[in-house]
Ligand binder design. Structure first.
Ligand SMILES: Nc1ncnc2c1ncn2[C@@H]1O[C@H](COP(=O)(O)OP(=O)(O)OP(=O)(O)O)[C@@H](O)[C@H]1O
Ligand SMILES: [Mg+2]
Length: 421
C-alpha cells in the first residue's frame, strides 16, 4: 500500500513569511492540505537581523499551519527570495579519453557538471540551482542529453543560481532553533513554476519553428512581483533559460503613496490595497476617500492615489520591457506572461503590463487539488511549489524496493564496460 507523505514549504519573503503543506501520494496525486502567512520578523534586507525573532516567527508560522492541518512534521522545504540570489552563466569542457572515442556515460555528465559548478562558485557562495542548458560533444555536437553518444570531449553550459553561504546558514539556524530540519533550500520564484505553470505551458511542442522565424519566441514568462523586487523568468523546453531581477517591488508603490500624500507607511499600505489602481479610469472623476490624519479625517481623491504611484508603475513596466528585449522575446512570445507575488495584485497592473508588452498576461492559477480554498495563487504558488520541489528532490535519492537497484547496478556495469572497452 502506498503511504501518503506530507511536505511543508516555507517561503521567507521580505514582507510576509508563508507556509503551505502538500499531501503527496505520488507524482500525479497531490493535494494542498493548508496554507498560512504572517508578517516577517527578524529578517531585513536579505539577512537575519535578529536570530531569536526570526526563529519565533518561523515557529509561529509553521506551528500554526500544523495545528490548522492537524499534522506533525519535522522538516520544511525552505525558499528564499530574490534579495538572496545571484544568477550567472557557467560552463566548462572536459576531455573524455586521449585518443579514441568513447560512449558518454552518466558519470561523465556528472563530472562535467561538477567541474562547471566548481569553476563558477565564489568563496562565500553556495549553489541553489544548477541548470544545464546544453551539452557540447567534441565542441560541435549540441545535445540536451549526451548520454550514449560517442565523443572525446564533453562540454556544458549552465545557468546557475547562487546564494550567500553565511546568510543561508543563519536563516537555516533560525529554522533549526524553531524546531524544524531543512533538507533543501530553493529559490522561491523558481520553485513556484512547479504549480503556477502547468506542464503544457512549460513544455513547448518540439515541432520545428515555422520557416523564416528563429523559434526564439517560444516559451513562457513568469513574473514574481514581491515586496522589494521583481523577478522575471523565461522557461523554454521545460528549462529555466533566463532569470533577471528588477529592483522595484510592491513596497515602492506604498512608499510613493506615503510620500506624496504625507501618510504613515502602514496607512499608505492599507490605501494601496483598497484604493490604488494603475489606471485613473478605475476611479470616477471626483471619488474621494476619507483617511485619518493627525486624529482628523481628510479627503483624498482616488485620482491622486493613482497619480502618486504612476511614475513607479512606468519604471517597472519599462524595466520589464527591457528584460523581455534582452531575453529576445519582446516581439514573439507564444504563450504569454503569468504573474505571481503580492505586488501583482495591485488593481489594473496586469492589464497595464499586457498593454505595455503587447503579450497576454494573467494571474497564476495554482495547478494543484485542494479540499479547502487554495488561497490566493499569487501569494501561495511559492510555498506550494517549494513543497512539490521537496517531494521531487526526495524522489532523486529514493531507491525504490521493487527492483530498481538491479537496474542501477546493471547500468553501472554497462557504464564501466563502455569506459574500459
Ligand atoms: N491586494 C494587494 N494589492 C496591492 N498590493 C498588494 C496586495 N497584497 C499584497 N500586496 C503587495 O505585495 C507585496 C508583498 O508581496 P509578497 O508577499 O509576494 O512579497 P514577499 O514574498 O514578502 O517579498 P519578496 O518576494 O520580495 O521577498 C507588498 O509590497 C504588498 O504591499
Ligand atoms: Mg516572495
Amino acid at each position: 500500500m502506498i503511504r501518503e507523505k506530507y511536505y511543508c514549504g516555507l517561503d521567507l519573503g521580505a514582507q510576509k513569511i508563508k507556509a503551505g503543506v502538500l499531501k503527496v501520494k505520488d507524482a500525479a496525486q497531490m493535494e494542498l492540505a493548508g496554507i498560512y502567512e504572517q508578517k516577517t520578523a527578524g529578517f531585513c534586507d536579505g539577512a537575519v537581523s535578529d536570530l531569536g525573532e526570526l526563529s519565533d516567527c518561523v515557529h509561529a508560522t509553521v506551528h500554526t499551519l500544523l495545528q490548522k492541518t492537524n499534522l506533525k512534521l519535522r522538516e520544511v522545504q525552505l525558499g528564499v527570495g530574490s534579495e538572496l540570489i545571484e544568477v550567472r552563466a557557467g560552463g566548462t569542457t572536459i576531455p573524455l579519453v586521449e585518443r579514441t572515442n568513447k560512449i558518454i556515460t552518466r558519470r561523465d555528465i556528472k563530472k562535467v557538471n561538477d567541474q562547471a559548478r566548481l569553476l563558477s562558485l565564489k568563496m562565500d557562495e553556495e549553489i541553489l540551482h544548477d541548470l544545464p542548458q546544453q551539452y557540447m560533444v567534441d565542441e560541435v555536437n549540441k545535445a540536451l542529453n549526451p548520454g550514449g553518444l560517442y565523443g572525446r570531449k564533453l562540454g556544458v553550459q549552465s545557468l546557475m543560481i547562487f546564494t550567500n553561504a553565511n546568510r543561508i546558514r543563519n536563516i537555516v539556524r533560525a529554522v533549526h532553533q524553531a524546531g524544524y530540519e531543512v533538507p533543501n533550500v530553493f529559490f522561491t520564484s523558481y520553485a513556484a513554476c512547479e504549480v503556477a505553470l502547468d506542464g503544457t505551458e512549460r513544455t513547448q511542442p518540439k515541432a520545428p519553428p515555422p520557416r523564416g522565424t528563429s523559434g526564439r519566441g517560444e516559451g513562457r514568462i513568469l513574473i514574481d512581483i514581491g515586496a522589494k523586487a521583481t523577478s522575471v523568468l523565461l522557461f523554454q523546453d521545460n528549462i529555466l533559460r533566463r532569470l533577471k531581477k528588477i529592483e522595484i517591488g510592491g513596497d515602492a508603490f506604498t512608499r510613493r503613496i506615503a510620500e506624496q500624500l504625507s501618510l504613515p507607511l502602514d496607512l499608505a499600505e492599507e490605501i494601496k490595497r483598497s484604493y490604488a489602481a494603475t489606471l485613473e479610469a478605475y476611479h470616477s472623476s471626483d471619488e474621494e476617500i476619507l483617511v485619518k490624519r493627525d486624529s482628523a479625517y481628510k479627503p483624498v481623491k482616488g485620482k491622486d492615489i493613482c497619480a502618486a504611484i504612476e511614475p513607479r508603475i512606468r519604471e517597472l513596466l519599462e524595466n520589464v520591457q527591457n528584460v523581455l528585449r534582452e531575453f529576445g522575446v519582446a516581439d514573439e512570445l507564444e504563450t504569454g506572461i503569468v504573474m505571481i507575488g503580492g505586488g501583482s495584485l495591485l488593481t489594473g497592473l496586469i492589464e497595464r503590463l499586457s498593454q505595455a508588452t503587447r503579450h497576454p498576461a494573467r494571474l497564476a492559477k495554482m495547478n494543484v487539488v485542494s479540499a479547502r480554498s487554495p488561497g490566493n495563487a499569487a501569494l501561495f504558488s511559492g510555498v506550494v511549489g517549494l513543497a512539490k520541489s521537496g517531494f521531487k528532490q526526495s524522489l532523486r535519492y529514493a531507491l525504490s524496493p521493487d527492483g530498481h537497484w538491479r537496474a542501477n547496478l546493471l547500468n553501472r556495469f554497462r557504464e564501466l564496460y563502455h569506459e574500459y572497452f
